[in-house]
Design a protein. Structure first.
Length: 348
């Protein structure tokens, strides 16, 4: 078996989102591959859809049902345990790919001897094969046999796992099982999936379509999602220690942790959660400072973090109460200015 494509599925039957994804998979231009679609205890008819595809494409499609909802990480682990392919690819069940995506990725691997190959993706909010906003998911200079510098670059700008293929032997050798029962499982394991490879190749073409809609994980903010992001940050560091690359790439991991665990969580919590709590924000800042006391002097943090964000972070680190009051007033003022600019208020 050349390739196993693993698809975690949860409540994607509406508006034919799931069918659009699966149609792009069953029509790939390669032979000798399998699709393992794992229903994560859906409450809609997603598993019925999967069983229909299994009946129609028995030679390549496996429909698997989890009796317990384990989130995407748990569903991916079920798929990995069943996978038989030399290579593994993951895809979100509301996205889709070009008919030749996996043919192109595998061909590049065969030509170069790479054990990790990726491409770009296109952002879209409609079901079509028309390319929208292209996101370059990697950098050309990351390609080739992985040196320490290339690995540093992959930690900082590794991109999404769903636009890549991985040698299954690497996953099994290093026991790269995803965390279960949390969101952001890719953030927890992403570094290990990338830098434990030996040779990375990059195809600078948008072969993957990333569907944006209101129920996407990235568009849903809650206290629980923020806590999951924090846990993913902790697990990211635990992975680095487990595979003994923490000290080799400490500055890159410090910045990645600061961004994932603290900065992104802090601002999404303040803007997206209706009833913010002082205790939550205070503990967030304290754990960041305990984990990496000097994170605000990290060279990547200084270079890549917006000046206003750095100002707000310094404020939160000095006084959580003052930061929260200031931030709420700032956003209230900005909403008022925006309303004025579109004529909602201030005009008769």
């Amino acid at each position: 078996m050349k390739l196993s494509i693993i698809v975690p599925v949860y409540n994607m039957a509406a508006d034919q989102k799931l069918e659009y994804c699966l149609n792009s998979l069953v029509n790939q231009t390669i032979d000798n591959y399998e699709i393992i679609a794992v229903d994560d205890c859906s409450t809609d008819c997603s598993f019925t859809v999967l069983k229909d595809y299994e009946a129609r494409f028995p030679e390549k499609f496996k429909a698997v049902h989890s009796e317990v909802n384990k989130r995407q990480g748990g569903a991916k682990n079920i798929g990995l345990r069943l996978a038989q392919g030399e290579w593994v690819g993951f895809i979100d069940s509301d996205d889709w790919i070009t008919p030749d995506m996996y043919e192109l990725l595998l061909k590049r691997a065969e030509e170069t001897g790479a054990d990790l190959v990726g491409c770009d993706y296109s952002l879209t909010d409609v079901h079509s094969m028309e390319v929208g906003q292209v996101v370059h998911n990697s950098k050309v200079e990351q390609s080739g046999v992985l040196t320490a510098d290339k690995r540093r670059s992959l930690i900082l700008d590794g991109g999404s796992l769903v636009v890549k293929i991985f040698k299954r032997s690497m996953i099994m050798e290093h026991e790269l099982w995803f965390p279960e029962n949390i969101f952001y499982e890719d953030n927890a394991l992403g570094n290990s999936y990338l830098i434990l490879a030996k040779h990375f190749e990059y195809i600078q073409e948008p072969l993957y379509f990333y569907y944006q809609h209101e129920t996407s994980t990235v568009h849903t903010i809650s206290k629980e999602r923020c806590e999951d992001r924090m846990e993913a940050g902790r697990l990211m560091l635990a992975e680095a220690r487990r595979h003994h690359y923490m000290e080799d790439f400490r500055p890159e991991l410090e910045y990645s942790f600061a961004l994932l665990f603290y900065v992104n969580t802090l601002f999404t919590y303040m803007t997206g959660v209706a009833h913010t709590r002082y205790r939550f924000v205070k503990k967030l800042g304290e754990e960041m400072r305990q984990t990496f006391p000097g994170f605000m002097e990290n060279p990547y943090y200084l270079e890549r973090t917006h000046e206003e964000e750095k100002k707000l972070v310094r404020m939160q680190q000095k006084s959580t109460l003052f930061f929260m009051l200031y931030y709420k007033l700032l956003w209230a003022y900005r909403r008022w200015r925006k309303a004025c600019s579109v004529g909602v208020i201030g005009h008769k």
